[in-house]
Design a protein around this ligand. Structure first.
Ligand SMILES: Nc1ncnc2c1ncn2[C@@H]1O[C@H](COP(=O)(O)OP(=O)(O)O)[C@@H](O)[C@H]1O
Ligand SMILES: [Mg+2]
Length: 263
């Protein structure tokens, strides 16, 4: 698997496009470059009579090459935060910087371009298309990358091999177990060779064994390839698999004292 990860990595990255592990080796310190920063981010959902303050002045820095988890109870704003980090939505107030660029005021079409180039998503419910096979599910987002069909096929096959599903490429989601479906979703996230992988409760719909295997895979990926991973979860044990944990309560990151009480 390690070999495969390296092969995929080599295909896309050229010499100017250094991986986080290259940078880490050079500087001797991992994670001194900030890849994503949320500064005093507010998200207020306007429901007419009621306004929901889902994020209340959220500050988060994501360092290049780190594996960060944001842990919080249900309703604390984790998915909303993930939408901001992943450029799926823009804040009501505050700023989001991606590689130093303020994306808070971009149009949906610009946000979509950035997402396609830089970010791979993994969701709790896998979000696979039931009518398509595993391979087709992975090939689909590559359509938007101007990739010839043969290359898309090859890329999909490579990433499916990488997640250990080489023998399930032509299966549809309902012919796969939950753990296998999540591995297809991980393969899909990896296929564009993104700078950052964002995972929203990636083990939330899995039994303990499949969840552990998905976490092992993410850890291995992070270790071998230096991919930046940001994961949100309500589960302390899952959060503990990351290198760094922040705690989110009521739409803001808590201070260290409160964090120690929670963790
Ligand atoms: N699209 C939406 N419209 C209105 N309220 C929302 C929307 N999405 C989330 N919320 C509310 O915002 C708060 C945070 O939700 P969410 O980010 O989904 O939390 P978590 O992922 O931690 O469970 C909750 O009170 C939720 O009900
Ligand atoms: Mg959520």
């Amino acid at each position: 698997m390690i070999q495969k990860i390296k092969q995929i990595s080599r295909k896309k990255k050229d010499s100017k496009h250094k991986t986080a592990s290259d940078t880490a080796q050079k500087s001797g310190k991992k994670g001194d470059e900030i890849i994503i920063e949320l500064k005093d981010v507010w998200k207020i959902y306007d429901m007419g009579e009621v306004k929901v303050n889902a994020l209340r002045g959220l500050n988060v820095k994501v360092y290049k090459g780190e594996f960060l988890s944001i842990m919080g109870p249900s309703g604390s704003g984790k998915s909303t935060a993930m939408n901001m980090i992943g450029c799926l939505d823009v804040p009501t107030k505050g700023d989001v910087f991606l590689s130093g660029k303020n994306i808070s005021y971009l149009t949906e079409s610009d946000l979509a371009t950035i997402r396609g180039e830089k970010i791979g998503f993994i969701f709790q419910k896998f979000n696979l298309i039931n009518a398509l096979t595993a391979k087709e599910n992975i090939m689909l987002p590559l359509l938007f990358q101007d990739m010839p069909v043969d290359e898309r096929k090859k890329r999909a096959e490579d990433v499916l091999q990488m997640v250990g599903l080489g023998d399930r490429m032509d299966h549809r989601p309902n012919e796969l177990s939950g753990g296998q479906q999540q591995r297809v979703a991980i393969a899909r996230a990896l296929a564009t060779d993104p700078e950052v992988i964002l995972a929203d409760e990636p083990t939330g719909n899995l039994d303990q064994k499949s969840g552990a295997s998905v976490m092992d895979f993410l850890r291995q990926l992070h270790k071998d390839k230096g991919t930046t991973i940001v994961m949100v979860t309500h589960d302390k044990n899952v959060a503990g698999k990351a290198d760094r944990v922040e705690v989110l309560i009521d739409g803001a990151i808590v201070d260290n004292k409160k964090k120690r009480e929670v963790l």
